[in-house]
Design a protein around this ligand. Structure first.
Ligand code: PEP
Ligand code: MN
Length: 343
């Protein structure tokens, strides 16, 4: 249940609604919006209590509307937070009408490799630099990333280029270390339901880039976001990176582009598409990145390597610098075109 207060409702009126709910032993979530406050009840309520609450709260002053929602997430819900969230990092805006491109290699391999990639990303016009230092690899024998050394390289290159940086953190106890070096904490698909990690990332105060798990439903995805939001951290960015495919002999994952309009309808959080992990094949990245723009995504995350054949991870899905530059140009044109056609 979500109670929306009238414009200009007073603090006393808000407190009275909260009191009418908490006397029943229920928790409340109070969300001050730009012009009106919403009060949510996050737990499920039985039908008798629901009708009691509806009549009691409906009669209170300052109440505009009571909405029943069957969705289990609240803070992530658009009903709760009417204005779209725009996450701002070092002057870069991520969210509604601020299309962003996040580019860079799968892994940070050396200062030279990463600095070269970063300069290409910057020259191409992208604003966020990606690169993994702690890599979640399917095999324990595969390259695990340069770890803290990689984070130091990211920090240095971020400072040199002025790009916003993003890197993955794999466990709750590593959050302070990764947060020391990077601007945005990435939570990988395999960690989407690592609840202690979500809580620590929420507490860090850094923006959190949350990737959808390969078999997560939309409710599960938004409830994972809710974990971060419920720590008082409003800066959550959602990323679709492909779900379990029916046929892995063609693509690594199935990029679920239909999630974009769905998320746009149900949540206020920015939505980014990752066509690199979504397809796993470099030649399929550009068409799907362009499709993401048309679907209404707020940005894309693209893997690019100065020399994909030599990449220590995910070389087969990495664009070459030339392909990245060309895609950037096409995306910028397409974003303008899509903006000009939407009413
Ligand atoms: C990555 O971004 O390099 C990565 C490991 O992504 P995902 O968690 O989506 O597999
Ligand atoms: Mn990768």
């Amino acid at each position: 249940m979500i109670i929306t207060m009238q414009l200009g409702a007073t603090q006393e009126q808000i407190d009275a609604v909260v009191e009418a709910i908490t006397v029943h032993g229920l928790q409340t979530l109070v969300m001050p919006g730009e012009d009106r406050t919403a009060i949510g009840i996050p737990s499920a309520i039985g039908s008798d209590l629901r009708s009691t609450l509806e009549s009691v709260i409906g009669a209170l002053e300052g109440v505009n509307k009571i909405t029943q929602t069957s969705r289990p997430y609240k803070l992530a819900s658009i009903e709760f937070h009417r204005e779209k969230t725009i996450v701002e990092v070092k002057g870069v805006k991520i969210g509604e009408s601020h299309f962003v491109v996040m580019g860079g290699p799968c892994s940070i391999e050396s200062y030279e490799q990463f600095s070269q990639a970063a300069n290409l990303v910057k020259e191409a016009g992208a604003t966020v630099l990606r690169g993994g230092a702690f890599k979640p690899r399917t095999s324990p024998y595969a390259f695990q990333g340069l770890q803290e050394e990689g984070l130091k390289i990211m920090k240095q290159v971020g400072d040199e280029t002025g790009l916003v940086t993003i890197s993955e953190v794999m466990s709750g106890d590593m959050v302070p270390l990764v947060a020391k070096y990077v601007d945005i904490l990435q939570i990988g698909a395999r960690s989407m339901q690592n609840f202690p990690l979500l809580i620590e990332a929420g507490k860090s105060g850094k923006p959190v880039f949350l990737k959808r798990g390969p078999s997560a439903t939309i409710d599960e995805f938004l409830l994972a976001a809710e974990y971060v939001l419920s720590q008082g951290n409003p800066n959550v960015i959602l990323c679709e990176r492909g779900v379990m495919p029916l046929d892995r002999s063609y693509t690594r994952n199935t990029l679920d582009l239909s999630i974009v309009p769905v998320l746009k309808e149900y949540t206020h959080l920015p939505v980014i598409i990752d066509p690199s992990h979504g397809t796993g094949v470099a030649r399929y990245v550009a068409p799907m990145a362009k499709a993401a723009v048309v679907a209404g995504a707020d940005g894309v995350m693209i893997e690019m390597h100065p020399n994909p054949k030599k990449a220590l991870s995910d070389g087969s899905q990495a664009l070459t610098p030339e392909q990245f530059v060309q895609l950037m140009q096409e995306l910028l044109r397409l974003v303008k075109f899509v903006e000009s056609t939407s009413s």
